[in-house]
Design a protein around this ligand. Sequence first.
Ligand code: FAD
Length: 387
Amino acid sequence: MSTADVVVLGAGIVGASCAYHLAARGRRVVVLERRDGPAQGSTGRSNACVRAQWTDPTNIALSWGGIQAYRDFEARHGVDVGYRPFGYLLLVPEHRWDDHLRAMELQRSMGVPVSAVTVAEAGERIPLTPTGLAGATWCPADGGVDPHLATTAYLGMARQHGARVLARSPAVTIEHRGDRWAVRTPDAVVEATAVVNATGGWAGEVAGLAGLTVPVHHSRRMIFASAPVPDRSRVPMTIDLTTGFFIRGENGRLLMGYGGSHEPPVYNDSLDWDWLERVMLAGIDRFPWLGDLPMDRAASWAGTYEVTPDHLPFVGAMPGAEGWFNACGFSGHGVMQAPMAGLLVAEEVVDGRAHTIDIDTLRIERLCQLPGQPPGQPRAGAAELVF
Ligand SMILES: Cc1cc2nc3c(=O)[nH]c(=O)nc-3n(C[C@H](O)[C@H](O)[C@H](O)COP(=O)(O)OP(=O)(O)OC[C@H]3O[C@@H](n4cnc5c(N)ncnc54)[C@H](O)[C@@H]3O)c2cc1C
C-alpha cells in the first residue's frame, strides 16, 4: 500500500506529460503503466507529426501550444525531443477553398505562421497533378517530433520532481473509498485523492473498472513505407484534402497512409498489406509517380487511434466522480496535443479549473445527458451517463 496525491494511469505521451506537469506543481505522483515501459501503446506507433492547421480554436490552441512546447523543449528543459519543422502542405480542392482560407485566417490570428500558396508552388515541394485543386496552405512550423524521446523526457522530469513510475503495473481494480481512490495492481495498492485516466484507447475499459463510462475505442491505422528513395525524401507532410491521402519523407523513405479500416474497435497493431491497395488508389491520381514507387513491408507498421464519438479528446474533471480526471481519446492527435493536455490537467487538478485555455468543448459532458433529460443537462453519476 502506498499513497500519493495523484495516480496517473498510463505512461504514453499524454500520461507522461500529465505526470510532469502535476509533479512540477508539487503534487506527489505515481504513474502506473501496464506494459514493460513507456510509449508502448499508440505513442510508440505514431506517425509522429505535429500541425497547427486546424479549423477550430480549441484544436489550434492545443496543437500550436504543443508545437511551441516541443520547439522550445531543449532551451527550457535541456532535452532534445526531436522537433523537426519539415512543414505541412495541405492541398485544397475548389469546393473547400473558401472555408479553408477562413480557417487559415483563424490560425494566423492565433499566431500560426501559415500562408496560402498556389498549386504551382505546392508542386515545387511535391510533384502532383493539379486537377480540382484551388490552392494549398503551408505552415513551416508544422513537422515532427520523436514521441519516444518526448515521453521519456517528460517522465524523467517528473521523476526529478519526485514522481514514481511503475511499469508492469496495470490497474486491475479501482475503488472510490470516501475521498480517496484506491487503485490496485497485481503487486500493490496506491491510494490517492485524484486519478488521471491517460490510458489512450484503453480509457473506456479502465474507466469501467471504477464504474464510469468513457466512450473511447481503438481504431486501427497503418503507415506504409517506401524502400529508400533519397531523391524524394524531402517531401513535407502533404495531405490531399480531396481524398485524405497523406505522404511525407522520413530518413530517406516516404511514409504514407489513408483513413482507417472499418473493423472491430479492438487493439490491433498488425499490418494488413492488402490495405496498401486502398492507400495507393487514394493517392495515385494526385501523385501518379506512386505507381513506380518500391515499397518496403518491413519498414511499414500499424497501431490504433484512440477515438471518441466526435474525435475530440476528453480533458478535465469527470462529473459525479470527485477526483477523477480524463486525459484520453485524442483520436489520433495525442502526440501534438500532449504538452497542452498535461498543462491543462495539472491546472484542473491543482487550481480546480483549467485556465490556459477554455476546455469546455473538451469536457466529457459535451456528449452526455441523463436518461429522460434534454441534451446539455449533464449531472452526477457518470456511470449513468448516456452517450
Ligand atoms: C499509425 C498512427 C499514426 C499516428 N500519427 C500521429 C501523428 O502524426 N500525430 C499525432 O499527434 N498523433 C498521431 N497518432 C496518435 C497518437 O499516437 C496518439 O494520439 C497518442 O499516442 C495517444 O497517447 P496516449 O498517451 O493517450 O495513449 P497511449 O500511448 O496508447 O498510452 C496509453 C497507455 O496506457 C497503458 N494502459 C492501458 N491500460 C492500462 C491499465 N489498466 N493500467 C495501466 N496502464 C494501462 C497502455 O499500456 C499505454 O502505454 C498516431 C497513431 C497511430 C497508431
